[in-house]
Design a protein. Structure first.
Length: 198
């Protein structure tokens, strides 16, 4: 039986009818057959406090870090707040990226976003890519997914009503699957070469 690519998805929004959470929910239906997608709700992550971290990671942060570490790749859906990513997303990344063994290192990632305006979260996505550099996540460059005028893209149940957007998301997920396998294969090859040299 073929092992499925394990992708962990999370959205930088806590709103009950978040368009970005809707993106992730649609991704579950549109993902390739060889992919398993789990969604993590960031609402359980507390506000970052290094005094707390020095005592010990909160339970929900430990769970989040473990799920990142056990995944083959990540899928992040981000809104855009004030030309950047929301505090809830930055907060979760700050918690997960602290030592020891920060789990983002070398992790393939796809980024997407939906907004009510015409930007489609392009600035937020670019800022998130800057963060990827520091924590050494390896983002998929193309295709990109910027969902504009999100209110016109989803029905009341959060399902896509726009075929073009649905197809764009499907292509992103297929590309993420291929990108994850590529990075995973390169990592395994590097480990094998290091073992031979040793």
């Amino acid at each position: 039986m073929e092992n499925k690519i394990k992708i962990l998805g999370f959205a930088g929004s806590l709103r009950k009818k978040s368009y970005n959470m809707a993106l992730l929910q649609n991704a579950i239906d549109l993902k390739p057959d060889n992919m398993a997608l789990e969604i993590f709700d960031l609402s359980s992550i507390p506000i970052y406090n290094d005094d707390v971290r020095e005592i010990g990671y909160p339970e929900q942060v430990e769970i989040f870090r473990k799920k990142i570490a056990e995944s083959d790749g990540l899928l992040i859906a981000t809104p855009e707040y004030n030309y950047s990513i929301p505090g809830v997303l930055k907060n979760a990344i700050d918690w997960a990226s602290r030592p020891p063994n920060q789990p983002f290192d070398g992790k393939p990632i796809a980024i997407m976003g939906a907004s009510g305006g015409i930007s489609g979260t392009i600035r937020a996505q670019m800022h998130l890519r800057d963060i990827c550099v520091y924590v050494n996540m390896i983002p998929l460059n193309k295709p990109q997914l910027f969902i504009q005028k999100a209110k016109e893209q989803f029905d009341d149940a959060g399902k896509f009503i726009n075929d073009a957007s649905r197809n764009q998301l499907k292509k992103l997920l297929e590309a993420l699957g291929n990108w994850t396998l590529t990075i995973k294969s390169a990592s395994q090859m590097s480990t094998e070469l290091s073992s031979v040299k040793a």
